[in-house]
Ligand binder design. Structure first.
Ligand SMILES: [Fe+2]
Length: 211
């Protein structure tokens, strides 16, 4: 075996943005213009992710001392792009429902870990008011429970080994068109459009233990 150049030229595949389901254009209290604002950003994150992985494939880590700062910048930007993709894919996927109280397995989880649906809702809303970019309900496999986590940007502050089930986008683009500075009303609208069947599908898919 000859000497191999130490590069990051791994296999990666370009991805394409997922299409929006039609229900996203008929949300109650969240306009088509707002959904399009998210989608445009989401497309940008997908493009950015592809572009950065292409650049990383060309970085020669054998001469890393010359490229540390470049490598750092690329990898930080990559985390932002991937966060923007994952966060928005959850957001798009679980909207388009009729909101209301959770049912099925996720209702059991919420009741077990928050005491009641209202307590979960109140805490997620407060977390969304407190954060700068996102609030998530996620199941932490190490803690063995749901928790509402706060995020300031696409790449802050995810928790290792936790699976997000609800992703509340509270970036300004999420609500300014429809509610100006009234973020609280936007969060109410978000809750009213949640599709609990989708969330229950994830609970099943990821085999999150409900007891
Ligand atoms: Fe967004």
């Amino acid at each position: 075996m000859g000497e191999t150049m130490s590069t990051l030229a791994f296999n990666f595949e370009e991805i394409a943005p997922r299409e929006l389901k039609p229900a996203l254009y008929q949300l109650d209290g969240i306009s088509r213009a707002s959904v399009e604002a998210h989608y445009k950003l989401y497309q940008g994150y997908v493009n950015k992710r592809n572009e950065i992985l292409g650049k990383l494939a060309d970085v020669d880590t054998a001469s890393a001392n010359q490229v540390y700062s470049e490598l750092r910048a690329l990898k930080v930007d990559l985390s932002f792009a991937i966060g923007g993709i994952k966060n928005h894919e959850i957001y798009f996927e679980h909207l388009g429902g009729s909101g209301g109280a959770a049912d099925g397995q996720v209702a059991k989880l919420i009741e077990r870990d928050f005491g009641s649906f209202d307590a979960w809702r109140t805490d997620l809303k407060a977390t969304g008011m407190a954060g700068r970019g996102w609030a998530w309900t996620a199941y932490d496999w190490d803690e063995g429970r749901l928790f509402n986590y706060v995020g300031d940007a696409q790449n802050t502050f995810p928790i290792w080994n936790a699976t997000p089930l609800v992703a509340l986008d509270v970036y300004e683009h999420a609500y300014f068109i429809d509610y100006q500075t009234d973020r609280a009303s936007y969060i109410d609208a978000f809750m009213a459009n949640l599709d609990w069947d989708v969330v229950n599908g994830w609970v099943e898919q990821y085999q999150i233990p409900t007891r």
